[in-house]
Design a protein around this ligand. Structure first.
Ligand code: HEC
Length: 116
């Protein structure tokens, strides 16, 4: 992270803290990394299980496609229309990619275990 980005992140944190009081209530998807498709993904996936189950994965787009197909075929997820399916997959592949840009492992938590 370069200095400008770090400054930006710090500013973001301060703005968030500053607004905490004024904000009516935090949105349930606020814990997910920002990106296009975040709310849609939350709405599509959180009905059946915690988003933790999703967040702890670091998958390629192909693997996310397989996961989504599996949710539809075996777990009873309604098939999303193609346009929305693309948005969900774009979001998942961007923020929960194998590089795991948002992953901050808790040294004692289950997330600390290296996945294959
Ligand atoms: C209709 C219910 C339902 C919906 C909607 C749903 N899931 Fe699931 N999902 C399940 C169930 C049930 C399991 C547990 C399956 C098992 O472990 O046998 C699961 C498990 C998972 C897992 C864990 C897989 C693993 O290897 O442990 C991931 C990742 C996942 N879901 C992702 C998603 C994503 C992403 C979405 C939204 C696009 C989604 N799910 C929507 C029912 C659902």
């Amino acid at each position: 992270m370069n200095a400008a980005k770090a400054g930006f992140a710090a500013l973001g944190v301060m703005v968030c803290i500053g607004y905490q009081g004024a904000k009516a209530e935090p949105m349930p998807w606020d814990d997910l990394p920002p990106g296009k498709g975040r709310e849609l993904t939350y709405a599509s996936c959180s009905g059946c299980h915690s988003m933790m189950l999703v967040q702890q994965q670091g998958l390629s787009r192909e693997a996310w496609e397989d996961t989504l197909d599996w949710m539809v075929a075996e777990q009873g997820m309604p098939e999303p229309p193609p346009v929305l399916r693309e948005q969900i997959l774009d979001y998942l592949a961007q923020v929960f990619s194998p590089e795991r840009p948002y992953f901050t492992p808790d040294p004692d938590g289950p997330g600390s275990v290296d996945r294959p």
